[in-house]
Design a protein around this ligand. Sequence first.
Ligand code: FAD
Ligand code: NAP
Length: 336
Amino acid sequence: MQIHSNYSLKAHNTFGIEAKAEKFVAIKQLADLREALALSIKPVYLLGGGSNLLLTQNLKGLVIKNEIKGKAIVRRFKKSVYVEVGAGENWHEFVMWCIEKDLGGVENLSLIPGTVGAAPIQNIGAYGVELMDCFHALEALNLETGKLQRFRKKDCQFAYRESIFKKDLKGKYCITKVWLKLSIGMHKIRTKYGAILKELEQQNIVKPNIRDVSEAVIQIRSTKLPDPAKLGNSGSFFKNPVIPQQQFTALQKRFPAIIFYQLSDQQVKIPAGWLIEQCGWKGKKVGQTGAHRNQALVLVNYGKATGQEVLQLAKDIQQSVLEKFGVQLNREVNAW
Ligand code: FAD
Ligand code: NAP
């Protein structure tokens, strides 16, 4: 295991922001993780694919990049299987592996960047599916005690883009393995969300299988979202706000064209992208950063943006949405 000093993280974050780590190691197995922690360099930052990250400064301490690999079907039943996946596996490659083996459950989550180990951190979600829908358990190492612990679904406190690892246990555990329960044979096909049905109709697909759904999602995402390899970004910068019905009714009176999704009798979700667009930010460039021209929720780096610059833009956007709509936007991206 090689320990790098004063190491550039530019290639390790999809925003493409330059920042240096005082010390950096890539771990390929559990023993590497233990060895890295035994260096007693603090603080420790756990890095996956860097696709949900905004680097705002050079980092003192140790950055540990998780490259623990491995994926296998470990139990097989009549209608389902359990798969065990190393935390450092690439999420999308794992989804493609599932499609090849006709394992259902993750096809709507195609083309999400990052690692399998980071997927439970914010309970990744897209097109009406969240990781928690097929999550079984995970293994994580307690950074303080060095003990390996198993977390089942109920232990993870999953919610919309949330888990215990973003709250009470933030930065306290390194996830090393994940187990998912996937379907075989009879799959639940989910096409009602976003533009999936429209995309399938265009291709004259009437009875889609999981591969069709995956390909439709890939097609929609590739045309709509900026590719981080060409334009630095970290996906949705903010979460979609969920507000009480009463507040929403008052808002709708003032803005009759407001887009919304009724989550329950009491709660309404408003797409953050719409709120940001209404405040005039969509496609707007501010120095080296800005809100993307197709999806205002995605903040981008035009090449030389600093993390501080992106953070300032985010604050300005939050302020204008608050002033115009009285709605507080909360960040989805992790800032270091
Ligand atoms: P990183 O950015 O490396 O880390 C994110 C957080 O997880 C950090 O706090 C880090 O410390 C922690 N972490 C990482 N690995 C571990 C580990 N092994 N143990 C403990 N902590 C760890 N997200 C969605 O939910 N849905 C989407 O549809 C979606 N689309 C995206 C599209 C684009 C173009 C981009 C750039 C991002 C998108 N994202 C989406 C966000 C991002 O891809 C996910 O949040 C992803 O799970 C992050 O994985 P990562 O490995 O890159 O994590
Ligand atoms: P979209 O389809 O244009 O929809 C805009 C927003 O409306 C989405 O954020 C989605 O919320 C919500 N929405 C759409 N259809 C809905 C429905 N039937 N019921 C409830 N809510 C609905 O969104 P998009 O930007 O192209 O993204 C498509 C999907 O990929 C979304 O699920 C989005 O979350 C996900 N995505 C996530 C990231 C990220 O970084 N987190 C980046 C890109 C895309 P939800 O976000 O709550 O699903």
